[in-house]
Design a protein around this ligand. Structure first.
Ligand code: TK8
Length: 335
């Protein structure tokens, strides 16, 4: 008899917990857009995120990852998030600069020397502060993912010195820091959305581009680019964002699920990206790319030529953000 009562109590308690869950999690379908192909570090991390969210909501919230820029370029998706027509996306912080000028601080050439510094600064107080600037503009930033250190590819010639870039038509992201940086280096810089890049390279509308090794592999740029120059000229973060309009309709429990899954996806994505990056160079050589390192003396010249760009970045992000980021880098470097 006692056992029966105890069991009945347990069943009632479980039912209550179930009821609370049903209330907390409404059936929802979330469109999570991204620019790269499904078989990329971006795609893999979106899938991990989807699994985590579905697990935590008992399948109530379904994340539909949509890659290949099928929902639009980074800037188009940002507008869809602001308008509430799309729930989530991941893309470059660089393409957000038109909406949140402070994001340009992450485009500072040679800001980070290694990924440890990047993680510490992006996940630290100043990274949070810059991320928070998205909210009044209609987006909620969840976490930074790693795109990676950017390197130069082109179809014209090996770049051994800055002058070799002279007549290279180089695609850059739609962002003034990148445009000014590559103009300062003497290249013929052309801003283009990533979604148009492969075709532009294939048709020789542009001769080159710059992106981390992983992307050169996943987007098959090796099919249309012969030369790769290791420059590591800037570390590029990605950022996972949510439509603020949609976010405001979620229960606290749903918000927590998304936040927790985002952190898990970040840790997974960074690890995956780093593992892939260590193998990518050999793979690209195997695919026939001719790889060279930009000599240290030329990297120094690059830094000198880009010093003027830094002054412009400090101006557009505001001295306070500029100083805070540089202080955070110095602190991370000291550790
Ligand atoms: C993908 C882009 C890409 C970026 C670029 O949507 O545009 O070159 O590096 O990763 O965000």
């Amino acid at each position: 008899m006692r056992i029966r009562f105890a069991l009945a109590g347990l069943v009632a308690a479980l039912a209550a917990a179930g009821a609370a869950q049903a209330q907390d999690f409404k059936p929802r379908i979330v469109r999570f857009g991204y620019g790269l192909v499904d078989n990329s570090n971006q795609g893999r991390a979106v899938r991990l995120f989807a699994q985590e969210v579905e697990k935590a909501t008992g399948g109530k919230m379904k994340i539909r990852g949509i890659g290949n820029a099928s929902l639009g370029s980074d800037t188009q998706m940002q507008q869809a998030l602001i308008g509430g027509a799309q729930e989530m996306m991941v893309g470059s912080t660089a393409t957000l600069v038109g909406i949140v000028p402070e994001m340009a601080v992450w485009d500072t050439p040679f800001l980070f020397n290694n990924v440890k510094e990047a993680d510490a600064v992006l996940d630290g107080p100043v990274g949070e502060k810059v991320k928070a600037k998205l909210e009044p503009k209609g987006m909620v930033g969840l976490v930074y993912w790693e795109n990676g250190f950017r390197n130069l590819t082109n179809s014209k010639r090996p770049v051994n010195k800055l002058e070799d870039m002279g007549d290279i038509k180089l695609r850059v992201m739609q962002n003034n820091v990148f445009l000014d940086s590559f103009k300062a280096l003497g290249a013929n810089a052309v801003p283009l959305p990533f979604s148009e890049l492969f075709t532009a390279l294939e048709t020789r509308a542009v001769d080159g581009q710059e992106n981390p090794f992983n992307t050169v592999v996943s987007s098959k740029f090796y099919e249309v680019q012969k030369y790769l120059t290791v420059t590591n000229h800037v570390y590029s973060p990605w950022i996972v964002t949510v439509s603020k309009k949609w976010w405001d309709t979620l229960t606290p429990a749903e918000k927590k699920v998304l936040q927790d899954a985002a952190v898990k996806s970040r840790d997974f994505e960074r690890k995956d990206t780093r593992e892939e990056a260590t193998k990518a160079l050999a793979e690209l050589k195997g695919k026939g790319m001719q790889v060279n390192e930009l000599p240290a003396s030329e990297v120094n010249r690059m830094r000198e030529k880009l010093a003027g760009v830094n002054v412009g970045i400090a101006k557009s992000v505001g001295q306070e953000t500029w100083d805070a980021v540089n202080a955070a880098v110095a602190q991370a470097r000291g550790k």
